[in-house]
Design a protein around this ligand. Structure first.
Ligand SMILES: *[C@@H]1O[C@H](CO)[C@@H](O)[C@H](O)[C@H]1NC(C)=O
Ligand SMILES: *[C@@H]1O[C@H](CO)[C@@H](O)[C@H](O)[C@H]1NC(C)=O
Ligand SMILES: *[C@@H]1O[C@H](CO)[C@@H](O)[C@H](O)[C@H]1NC(C)=O
Ligand SMILES: *[C@@H]1O[C@H](CO)[C@@H](O)[C@H](O)[C@H]1NC(C)=O
Ligand SMILES: *[C@@H]1O[C@H](CO)[C@@H](O)[C@H](O)[C@H]1NC(C)=O
Ligand SMILES: *[C@@H]1O[C@H](CO)[C@@H](O)[C@H](O)[C@H]1NC(C)=O
Ligand SMILES: *[C@@H]1O[C@H](CO)[C@@H](O)[C@H](O)[C@H]1NC(C)=O
Length: 539
């Protein structure tokens, strides 16, 4: 065969293939109502021969006789180049069609189906195509017969518009799994002033990679699963495998009535591999389920892979939540109780604690304030028989205990101030030099003489905030209205009550409370009266 002959035969091949692609060779044909449709005779003779002879079209439906078809028999029918055209084809066009030319006849069986109202295409009319993932995928919208009439074409994927009003929509890409679906080409064409459309749908399936993989189980090969007796557990075994590989559990130890294999779940991954998982459910875990290997295996022609699950008792771990909870609750309650007790004790024994603390720390508030006296004692000075005890308390008992026993230095006007002189100025300067003002209260306390002491002390306490006032109720007082209002403004206008016999001991509450209100001072409790001397002495 020379080069010219080859070219010629190629040209003939192309010609034949194009004519054959437009002619209707299949004997059984399905068409969708409402669409333009045609039947074309496939000639076995040459084209110029066919032009000479014009054939006859006939139709028969059911047992009816054949009827001649021509444009005058129906306005929807057209004849062109050995083709019978329908504009459009309808349901009642179903039947057998014959084309006769010379002693040559071609027959077709046409079945016209209803348009699918719920879809943009008829499922019976789809052309299926499969493509491997990552391989070339091409979808072309072409209609060679109506090519000249087609005005525009749209491409739909799963009935959603992808490309619109293109001349020849084309998709060219490497297939991915997401590309799977129904692609419909809708050609719009005009005929006799009417708009028609023709739909051609491809069912594209994307197949997984055909290449073989060695199956592999996911996760570690040996798994210790902490369990609690009586509970359920689900062991999950997953593998990456080939479509035909098998995933199974090996666990029969003769006692496993409480072990159930669950259904295998297989899905294709986006890379076209298979991912399988199969769970083993162990209900009401018993002793015999522990420390036994439950094996999961994947087998394929290329080998096997096994992984083991071993249930271990989790006595400590499993109990921890409960323990933690009860323990935590107990600790919390105990802490609360302890705090409440501590606070109560602190409130009750506040005075003792403070005194103890002062003693322990050897605290001394008196060293640096430059004052001479620890307390100025204010009391009723008119010594009448009915308040003789009060007077004794102020000038004898108080100094005896506070000075001799506890080492404080008091200022008692009657004792420490020489008679005569400017009494008012004297009192004021003495109060200024004192850290506390001890007032021994009684019904007849308010006299002209003490009023000044009191007012001076109150001024120091309230305005200068240099002195604290200690009230001692020597004899029961029912009515405090005789005291100035401002005294009530003092934060701690606590009144110490003298309880004759009970208060005599140095360890009594009265003296403790008084010491508590007195400034902290480091002095040793006196064993001998002579040893106990005031730390600071006026010089
Ligand atoms: C195609 O034509 C039919 C009527 O023959 C119509 O019902 C349908 O909506 C048309 N399709 C499109 C996509 O226009
Ligand atoms: C066939 O159906 C079409 C529309 O459905 C109607 O116009 C036509 O008359 C019918 N033809 C026959 C022969 O019944
Ligand atoms: C068809 O008719 C032609 C003459 O027109 C004849 O030569 C040929 O043998 C016939 N073929 C058959 C199959 O009858
Ligand atoms: C499309 O192709 C898939 C896979 O080959 C097939 O399962 C499905 O039935 C096809 N759909 C139609 C409508 O033919
Ligand atoms: C398609 O039809 C419209 C009128 O409906 C016309 O204007 C347009 O030119 C046509 N396009 C083609 C490509 O034939
Ligand atoms: C098992 O694990 C895989 C992933 O590793 C998961 O996809 C699957 O749903 C799990 N199955 C069960 C029953 O838990
Ligand atoms: C499970 O696997 C382990 C290690 O692969 C093996 O020693 C054991 O015999 C297997 N048990 C069963 C029940 O197959």
């Amino acid at each position: 065969m020379n080069c010219r002959e080859l070219t010629l035969s190629l040209w003939v091949l192309i010609f034949v293939s194009t004519t054959e692609s437009s002619c209707t060779s299949r004997p059984h044909i399905t068409a969708v109502e409402g669409e333009p449709f045609y039947l074309k005779y496939c000639s076995s003779s040459h084209a110029h021969e066919m032009e000479a002879n014009t054939g006859r079209w006939q139709k028969s439906s059911g047992s009816q006789k054949r009827v001649e078809l021509n444009p005058s028999s129906s306005p929807r029918i057209g004849l062109q180049d050995h083709a019978l055209e329908f504009w459009p084809v309808e349901l009642n066009d179903t039947g057998s069609y014959f084309f006769q030319m010379g002693n040559h006849t071609q027959e077709w069986n046409l079945n016209v189906i209803r348009r699918n109202e719920h879809s943009c295409f008829a499922e019976k009319q789809v052309t299926s195509k499969a493509v491997r993932v990552k391989k070339f995928l091409q979808i072309t919208c072409e209609n060679s017969y109506y090519q000249k009439l087609v005005n525009s074409t749209s491409l739909y994927k799963n009935c959603k518009k992808l490309l619109e009003n293109k001349e020849n929509p084309v998709i060219k890409k490497n297939a991915e799994f997401e590309d799977q679906g129904y692609y419909s080409c809708v050609h719009f064409l005009h005929h006799n002033g009417k708009l028609f459309n023709i739909t051609k749908t491809f069912n594209i399936t994307v197949l997984g990679d055909s290449s073989y993989i060695v199956p592999v189980l996911l996760g570690s090969k040996l798994n210790h699963v902490a369990v609690e007796l009586g509970k359920d557990v689900s062991l999950n075994c997953s593998a990456l495998l080939n479509q035909k590989d098998i995933l199974y559990w090996m666990y029969d130890n003769g006692l496993d009535l409480n072990v159930h294999e669950e259904k295998e779940i297989r899905i294709m991954t986006s890379e076209g591999r298979w991912h399988a998982s199969k769970a083993l459910r162990i209900e009401n875990i018993a002793e015999h389920n522990l420390n036994f290997a439950y094996n999961c295996t994947v087998t394929s022609t290329g080998g096997t892979d096994t992984k083991s699950f071993i249930l271990v008792r989790n006595a400590d771990m499993a109990d921890i939540p409960g323990h933690i909870f009860t323990r935590g609750m107990i600790i919390a309650v105990l802490t609360l109780v302890a705090v409440v007790c501590l606070v109560t004790v602190c409130v009750i024994y506040r005075v003792d604690l403070v005194l103890f603390y002062r003693h322990l720390m050897r605290r001394d508030e008196t060293l640096t304030d430059g004052k001479t006296y620890d307390a100025f004692v204010s009391y009723l000075k008119e010594c009448r028989p009915e308040n003789g005890e009060e007077h004794t308390f102020a000038v004898e008992i108080l100094p005896r205990v506070l000075e001799k026993h506890f080492g404080y230095k008091l200022c008692i006007f009657e004792r420490d101030v020489a008679p005569g002189g400017a009494v008012v100025d004297e009192i004021h300067s003495l109060i200024e030099k004192s850290r506390r003002l001890i007032i021994v209260l009684s019904k007849s306390y308010m006299s002209n003489e003490v009023r000044y002491e009191l007012e001076s002390g109150l001024h120091e306490a309230l305005v200068e905030r240099k002195i604290k006032i200690i009230l001692i109720e020597f004899a029961p007082v029912t009515d405090f209205t005789f005291l100035p209002q401002s005294l009530k403004l003092l934060k701690s206008h606590r009144v110490l009550k003298w309880k004759a016999k009970n208060s005599l001991s140095y360890n009594s509450r009265f003296w403790k409370n008084l010491l508590y209100l007195m400034p902290a001072k480091t002095v040793k409790p006196g064993r001998d009266e002579l040893e106990v001397l005031p730390v600071l002495s006026e010089s």
